[in-house]
Design a protein around this ligand. Structure first.
Ligand code: IMP
Ligand code: MG
Length: 205
């Protein structure tokens, strides 16, 4: 990871947040996403997978992934909010924007930015399976080393990552840094773990 040492980017500071050390470079991300797209292409030959992205975090990954899949694909998105800290999932999830398409009989690939505890994923899998897709697989760009989901449900994954709070390539802290082309570790001025307000956090994903 972060082997693209030629592009050591400047630290970026927005308010009290600084995104400095690059965990996965833009070059590495693009190569990994292409490889995931090729894997999906090979696995779904003859089928038309439906990519379901979880807003907002997965939007950038999903758009690059879709272009790396050499099959007819369709898209849908859902948005969820979780109750609890903005940086910690409680597993109590509310659907803020539901899907437009019917999943019945479809080969669905759920596209996530990062599996942290896995609580959001567990909820979403149960919810989507209840809609009777022909198949349901998960494609996550980042997966925490200490996640708490059954590894067998993580069919496609980009990188295993440590517990640092990450931003870039769709991931945010307080809505910042989503447009970075790489994934970076974010620090707050006080050097504390960034914390959001208690209560419902809209679009925590
Ligand atoms: P989980 O339910 O604990 O797996 O939390 C999953 C969601 O929390 C992800 O889809 C992200 O939206 C968010 N999240 C978890 N870790 C990070 C991070 O390091 N940066 C940005 N968002 C994160
Ligand atoms: Mg997410």
């Amino acid at each position: 990871m972060a082997s693209d040492s030629s592009a050591a980017p400047d630290p970026l500071t927005v308010g009290r947040y600084t995104a400095s050390s690059v965990l996965v470079s833009a070059v590495d991300l693009q190569a990994r996403v292409r490889a995931l797209g090729e894997e999906i292409t090979a696995d779904y030959v003859g089928r038309e997978p439906l990519l379901v992205g979880v807003l907002k975090g997965a939007f950038m990954f999903m758009s690059d992934l879709a272009r790396a899949i050499d099959l007819p694909v369709e898209f849908d998105f859902m948005a969820v909010s979780s109750y609890g800290h903005s940086t910690r999932s409680s597993g109590v999830v509310r659907i803020v924007k539901d899907l437009d398409l019917d999943l019945a009989g479809r080969d669905v690939i759920l596209v996530e930015d990062i599996i942290d505890s896995g609580l959001t994923l567990n909820y979403l899998r149960r919810n989507l399976l209840a809609r009777n897709p022909a198949s349901l697989e998960v494609c996550a760009l980042l997966v925490r080393e200490n996640h708490k989901v059954d590894d067998s449900i993580l069919r496609y994954e980009g990188y295993r990552v440590p517990s640092d709070f990450l931003v870039g390539y769709g991931l945010d802290v307080d809505e910042k840094f989503r447009n970075l082309p790489d994934v970076r570790i974010v620090k707050v001025a006080s050097d504390e773990v960034p914390e959001g307000p208690e209560g419902e956090v809209e679009s925590a994903a």
